[in-house]
Structures are given as C-alpha cells and as structure tokens.
Design a protein around this ligand. Structure first.
Ligand SMILES: Nc1ncnc2c1ncn2[C@@H]1O[C@H](COP(=O)(O)OP(=O)(O)O)[C@@H](O)[C@H]1O
Ligand SMILES: [Mg+2]
Length: 135
C-alpha cells in the first residue's frame, strides 16, 4: 500500500472515503486504536469543511508519512482553493464551531493532533497541515 496519497473531496461520500483511507494509513504506521480514532475524527472535520465551505474548488486531503531517525508520524494536509476564512483567529477560538459534532471544529482538530498549522487567504483558499507522532 502506498501510504503517501491524496483523496479528492467533492461529494459528501468522499468524507467517508478520506476518513477510511486515513485510518488505514494510521493503522499501517503503527498507531494504536485510540490514536487511529483521533486521526479519523480530525480527517472527517477537515474533509467536511472542504465539502461544506469549499465544495467546488478541487479540495483534497493528502497523507504524508514522516520518517526519520527518532520520529515517525503522519501528516495530513487539507487544501482547497475555496473562499478562505476571513475571521481566522475567531474561528480558532473554542465555541465558535457551529456544527457541535464530535470533533468540535478546527480547534478540535488542533487538540486531537500533535502539531497544527492553518493558513487561509480570502479569495485564495485554505491549507491545514496537522501531524500526529507515533508514540
Ligand atoms: N476550508 C474552508 N474554507 C472556507 N471556510 C472555512 C473552511 N473551513 C472552515 N471554514 C469556516 O470556518 C468556520 C469554522 O469552522 P469549524 O471550526 O470547522 O466549525 P464549523 O464547521 O462547525 O462551523 C466555518 O463555519 C466556516 O465559516
Ligand atoms: Mg467544521
């Protein structure tokens, strides 16, 4: 199985596909079931955001394996060329998320993962990079 790969997010069903694919990669890398579930939840949140807010913009979720002498991890990159987020600092505050889902929006993704970075430009798009390290 090629662990580095991307999943396009166009239809609602693609959210499920990205989640499953991410969980497979996480399992293959040696994450335990709790971390697999965290990773899968984070992927769902990011994929759903692309589907809901940047649906017609070739959004995708990519998985990249990071492997060096003392670190093994999984990086997920959610990227779209949608409308971007204008109130990004507000969005990153707890309690802003409207969905009330399991993952609690972007602050939830940040909590579930070990490293989190978001860039968004109005009219350009949004890119989220998040890493989970294998312990
Ligand atoms: N990829 C994206 N493109 C454009 N806007 C986004 C994107 N992701 C999130 N947003 C905006 O940020 C807000 C907060 O997102 P999130 O924290 O996931 O909470 P929720 O989706 O529950 O509203 C969304 O309501 C939306 O306005
Ligand atoms: Mg959301």
């Amino acid at each position: 199985m090629d662990l580095n790969s991307c999943v396009s997010i166009e239809k609602e069903w693609d959210i499920v596909g990205a989640r499953q694919r991410g969980r497979e990669v996480a399992k293959e890398l040696g994450f335990g079931s709790v971390d697999q579930a965290r990773i899968a939840t984070a992927i769902s949140e990011l994929a759903r955001n692309i589907y809901l807010y940047a649906g017609d913009s070739n959004g995708q979720i990519c998985f990249e394996i990071i492997e060096n002498i003392d670190h093994k991890g999984m990086c997920m990159i959610a990227i779209d060329t949608g409308p971007g987020i204008k109130n990004l600092s507000q969005v990153m505050e707890d309690g802003y998320s409207t969905s009330g889902g399991l993952g609690a929006g972007l602050p939830g993704v940040k909590r579930l993962m070990d490293e989190f970075d978001i860039r968004s430009e109005v009219g350009e798009g949004t890119e989220v990079r998040a890493i989970k390290w294998v312990r």
